[in-house]
Design a protein around this ligand. Structure first.
Ligand SMILES: [Zn+2]
Length: 291
């Protein structure tokens, strides 16, 4: 195994050695090859992924589901900078339109209820900021904003628009009142390590919001003999960690944070029926507090 591909044999959440294999196919298997060719429009070649397999495992101890084989840093950079077309990614974000912006505005209001300080003293970070849209909204509400991102085109775009983008060294020196981590943890090779890093970056009394795809139905779906890889919570190459509410809560606790209860913070979300419903129903969009 080269550094191009990382093999995760132990559960990335609890470290348990044994695992059940839910699906296993190499890159040339028709169902995998067809998905990659179709989804990435021919930008991914089998030669790039000779040592990679689409293998989905489940931990018998904690129930976590993950992909055993993940891309190392070099190929991961290629995935997020080339195989996922930057222009298509930008177009997709723009197409999300007003509903997305309205959601961001509601989250900005919620932050003002959580952090009892004047807006200009509230320091927020968007970890995995993409093109920076979440940061722009927080900026409009007067917060002091920072972003973190690995895809170079997105970094340049956000910096060009005036967002302070942190590199790893700068990130380690800072502490935040609120960290947003949306659609990130399903992509990283070491989710517990990343979660701990985010927990350490919070001030005491600070909050972390994490949102990931909900993989609650994946296990049952994969029991269908006709199940094939697709754009879902265990998406080949990209969604290498598949969370349920339970496993996401457990990850936060393992990182030393306290998950907020379904009903404990309704006063924060009262101004937005949408956020209220989302918080009560829970799913895999959660808030964590650092004590
Ligand atoms: Zn486990």
């Amino acid at each position: 195994m080269s550094e191009k591909i990382i093999r995760r044999d132990r559960c990335p959440l609890c470290g348990f050695k044994a695992k059940s294999i839910l699906y296993d196919a190499d890159v040339a298997h028709p169902s995998v090859a067809h998905f990659l060719k179709d989804y990435y429009k021919g930008r991914v070649t089998i030669g790039d992924l000779k040592e990679w397999r689409y293998q989905v495992a489940e931990c018998p101890l904690c129930g976590f589901i993950w992909q055993t084989y993940v891309l190392g840093d070099t190929l991961a950079h290629k995935l997020y900078s080339e195989w996922i077309s930057p222009s298509e990614s930008m177009d997709k974000k723009k197409a999300a339109g007003m509903a997305l912006r309205r959601g961001y505005a509601e989250e900005a209001v919620a932050i003002s209820f959580l952090i009892k300080k004047p807006a200009e003293q509230i320091i927020v970070l968007d970890y995995g900021m993409g093109w920076g849209q979440w940061c722009f909204m927080m900026w409009a509400f007067g917060y002091k904003i920072f972003g973190y991102e690995i895809a170079s085109e997105r970094v340049s775009s956000a910096q060009g628009a005036g967002i302070s983008v942190l590199d790893d060294d700068a990130f380690k020196t800072m502490h935040f009142d609120f960290v947003n981590c949306e659609q990130v943890l399903e992509h990283v090779s070491s989710p517990l390590e990343t979660f701990k890093k985010l927990a350490q970056s919070l001030k005491c009394g600070g909050y972390l919001r994490v949102a990931v795809p909900n993989g609650a139905g994946i296990r049952r779906a994969m029991q269908d003999p006709f199940w094939i890889p697709g754009k879902n919570a265990i998406h080949p190459l990209e969604h290498v960690n598949c969370f349920t509410r339970k496993t996401l809560v457990n990850l936060g606790i393992a990182a030393g944070l306290r998950p907020l209860s379904r009903f404990g913070l309704l006063r924060v979300f009262f101004s937005s029926p949408r956020l209220c419903v989302r918080h009560i129903l829970g799913g895999t969009s959660l808030y964590f507090l650092k004590i």
